[in-house]
Design a protein. Structure first.
Length: 355
């Protein structure tokens, strides 16, 4: 049983599933009193209260995806779990967020890397600028000269960085490496010049190369996706809920490679994607050792919680995943909990102040 439970000092407005009501979450807060959520910790002598101001300490979902049906306005690539007529709108996400007291979120582009493919994400960021930031994609054909693409997508749009699925270098970890020859070197160089975030979810064969670029560009903010796991080639599938599944052994060499990046202050990672790696249902007890290793290595100030919406709406459910840290890491301290649930994302990713 988790030693934390949440009570509220006053009722919180809930949103309906309609777009009109979903927009209410983006409107300025009213009233002169801050909304307080009180976290109650079970102790030997009973329960002790620990309040936090939601106006100063937002709860942030640090990773997920939204997309519209394929239209001329919102083109995108399609796939097995993203057919042309499927939509997972930002308003639907906001309804879930409001019901679970989540204030802000990071939207990660999927469905294509061209500027046109980013149309829906850009629409969401324009519509709700104080609620969301975005992470874009870069087509591989522009890797040698990515500057124009990166600038176009980040110039006042709310996109603050880019996701990379590869590094591009020798597969042999013992081969000498000239960092300037790595395929994504120009991206890292421009990210350093423009103060952009790099969102890393690279293949296992590239895991050993990340350190070369982190070392070369210590000013670049780096986020290792989904617990720092790097998927092996051909190890991906989908379950009956359409959720991504990654066949990952209990001893994962790529995980042990990326976790060593904790020595770099500019590297963070996310407690997310458990459903894709675990062989047990929520709260994924078989990953307890991984959670503990990440907390010990990176510390709460470099860990961020995320749901990986929309894949988890049906199983285990958005609200249940907001309790992942409570259930999977019950012994953490209040300041660690606050950091993981929003403080780290607010500081490291520079989410705007809520209006």
């Amino acid at each position: 049983m988790s030693p934390w439970r949440m009570t509220r000092e006053r009722p919180v407005n809930r949103l309906s599933s309609s777009t009109k009501n979903a927009r209410r979450i983006a409107s300025p807060r009213t009233g002169s009193h801050p909304l307080l959520t009180r976290w109650t910790r079970r102790t030997d002598s009973g329960f002790s209260d620990w309040p936090r101001s939601r106006d100063t300490m937002p709860r942030i979902d640090a990773h997920g995806h939204v997309f519209a049906k394929v239209t001329r306005e919102f083109p995108r690539e399609t796939g097995g779990n993203t057919p042309p007529d499927r939509e997972e709108t930002v308003e639907k996400l906001m309804t879930y967020m409001a019901a679970s007291d989540i204030d802000q979120a990071m939207i990660v582009q999927m469905g294509g890397a061209t500027p046109a493919h980013h149309a829906y994400v850009l629409h969401c960021l324009r519509t709700y600028p104080d609620r969301f930031l975005g992470i874009g994609l870069i087509p591989e054909e522009v890797f040698p000269s990515p500057q124009e693409h990166m600038d176009r997508l980040t110039d006042g749009t709310g996109i603050v960085g880019f996701r990379l699925g590869l590094v591009g270098g020798p597969r042999d970890p013992f081969e000498s490496v000239d960092v300037r020859t790595l395929r994504t070197y120009p991206i890292w160089k421009h990210a350093a010049e423009k103060d952009l975030v790099l969102w890393m979810y690279v293949r296992a064969t590239d895991a050993h190369l990340i350190a070369y670029l982190v070392d070369a560009f210590p000013q670049v903010r780096v986020v290792l996706n989904h617990m720092g796991i790097c998927p092996g080639e051909g190890k991906g599938s989908h379950d009956r809920w359409g959720r991504p599944q990654i066949d990952t052994p209990s001893y994962n060499p790529a995980f042990h490679t990326t976790i060593r990046l904790c020595k770099y202050d500019n590297v963070t990672t996310k407690l997310s994607g458990h459903y894709a790696f675990s062989k047990e249902p929520f709260p994924y007890p078989d990953l307890e050792g991984w959670n503990r290793a990440l907390l010990t290595s990176f510390g709460a100030d470099r860990l961020m919680w995320a749901t990986d919406f929309p894949w988890i709406y049906e199983e285990p459910g958005y609200d249940k995943l907001t309790k992942l840290v409570d259930e999977a890491m019950p012994n953490i301290k209040p300041h660690e909990y606050e950091a993981i649930m929003g403080g780290t994302a607010k500081r490291f990713l520079r989410f705007p102040d809520l209006k």
